[in-house]
Design a protein. Structure first.
Length: 347
C-alpha cells in the first residue's frame, strides 16, 4: 500500500504538520508538530526568506518524525477565490466549458492567471423543473501555486494536493459525522489574517465566505489598548479572553469591533440560510482556528445569535488517550492540518 500524504498547514504565525495512520477504519496519530513560522513567512518574495521558510518546513517535518515526502497543503483563504454557485443542470462535459463563464463573474483577475477547479456538491438524479445544481468553484492565482510548490520542493517535499483552508477545516469537523446527521451548521474558522465561514449540512458544503480580519487584528487591538507587544497581547488573549473579570471585560471592549464584525457576517449567513431554506434552521455554530480558544468567545456568539456555539475538536475521531494533552488543549488550532491529513482517506 502506498504511503499516504501528511497534512501541512503553513500559517502566518505557525507551521503545523499532522500524519495519520489507518487500520481498518481505525485512525492513529502517527506524528504531530507545531512550530513558529519564520517572521516573513510565505508573504515575502525574497529568495532569502523563501530559503528560510523551506528550512523551517524541513526541520519541522524532521523533528516530527515524518518520513513520507508527499504533503497536502492549504492555500490561504485571503489569496484564493472560493464560491458555491448555482447553475442549470449540466453534464460534466458541459460544466467543464460553462464553469469558466461563471468564474468570470466572481474572480476579479484575468482567468488566464488563475488555476480553476470545481466540484459538483449537489445534483439531483431526477431534477424538478427549474431546479439547479450546486458547484464549489475555487480559483487560485497561478503565481501563488508556483510559489508554494517551489518552497515545498526546496524543503525536499512534494505537493500531493492543494485546497483552501476552509475546505480542510470542514473536512476535519464533519468527516466523522453519522451518515444521517444533517443538522445545518456554521463553521467559523478564525485565522490570523482572515476569517472564513462555511454553512454545512452533514458534510455537504452549502455556502462559504471569507472576510479579511482575524486573530492578528484581535492581537493589535489588545496591544494598542494595554500598551503590550504583539506576543504579550497574544498571551493576554489566550489567558483572559473576553470572559468575566476586570481584564476580560477590558479585553472584550478593546476587541469588540473586530469580534462583532465577524459576528455580523455570521448573522448575515444565518439570514441567507433561513431565506433560502425556509423549512430549516442553523442548529449549531462551531468556532475553529487559534482565536477560537479566546475564553468567552463561544458564550458571546451563543448569546448574540441564540444558537448553540461550541469550540471545534478535530481530534474527536481518535481515542483521547492517544493524543497528548498539550495537543488536545489546543484542538481548534489543528483543524486545517487534520483536515489535510484526512484528505487521502476520503471515500
Amino acid at each position: 500500500m502506498n504511503k499516504k500524504s501528511f497534512g501541512l498547514d503553513i500559517g502566518v504565525s505557525s507551521i503545523k504538520a499532522v500524519e495519520l495512520d489507518a487500520d481498518k477504519n481505525n485512525f492513529k496519530l502517527k506524528a504531530c508538530i507545531v512550530v513558529p513560522s519564520p517572521p516573513k513567512g510565505m508573504l515575502s518574495e525574497s529568495p532569502v526568506d523563501e530559503e528560510e521558510m523551506a528550512e523551517a518546513l524541513k526541520k519541522a517535518v524532521y523533528d516530527a518524525g515524518i518520513s513520507v515526502k508527499k504533503t497536502n497543503i492549504a492555500l490561504p483563504e485571503n489569496q484564493v477565490y472560493t464560491k458555491v454557485v448555482e447553475m442549470p443542470y449540466l453534464s460534466d462535459r458541459e460544466l467543464a466549458s460553462a464553469i469558466y463563464w461563471e468564474a468570470e463573474q466572481y474572480i476579479p483577475i484575468p482567468l488566464s492567471s488563475v488555476s480553476l477547479s470545481w466540484n459538483v456538491i449537489r445534483r439531483s438524479q431526477k431534477p424538478q423543473p427549474n431546479e439547479k445544481m450546486e458547484v464549489l468553484m475555487v480559483g487560485a492565482p497561478t503565481l501563488i501555486i508556483k510559489k508554494y510548490q517551489k518552497v515545498i520542493g526546496m524543503a525536499g517535499l512534494g505537493v500531493s494536493a492543494m485546497e483552501t483552508e476552509i475546505i480542510s477545516t470542514v473536512r476535519a469537523i464533519t468527516a466523522f459525522n453519522p451518515v444521517n446527521y444533517t443538522a445545518p451548521t456554521i463553521i467559523v474558522n478564525i485565522g490570523a489574517i482572515s476569517t472564513s465561514l462555511a454553512i454545512v449540512s452533514g458534510n455537504n458544503l452549502i455556502f462559504t465566505y471569507s472576510l479579511p480580519i482575524g486573530g492578528a487584528a484581535i492581537n493589535r487591538a489588545i496591544s494598542a489598548d494595554f500598551g503590550l507587544s504583539t506576543l504579550q497581547a497574544e498571551e493576554y488573549k489566550k489567558t483572559y479572553g473576553i470572559a468575566k473579570g476586570p481584564l476580560g471585560a477590558r479585553i472584550g471592549k478593546a476587541t469588540e469591533p473586530i469580534i462583532s464584525s465577524i459576528l455580523s457576517e455570521v448573522k448575515k449567513a444565518i439570514i441567507y440560510f433561513s431565506q433560502k431554506y425556509k423549512d430549516s434552521r442553523i442548529e449549531q455554530i462551531i468556532l475553529s482556528g487559534e482565536s477560537a480558544r479566546l475564553p468567552g468567545i463561544d458564550i458571546y456568539f451563543a448569546n448574540s445569535t441564540g444558537i448553540e456555539t461550541v469550540i471545534a475538536n478535530p481530534w474527536k475521531f481518535l481515542n483521547p488517550s492517544e493524543v497528548p494533552k498539550e495537543i488536545l488543549d489546543r484542538a481548534p488550532d489543528y483543524s486545517i492540518a487534520v483536515g489535510l491529513a484526512l484528505r487521502d482517506y476520503e471515500h
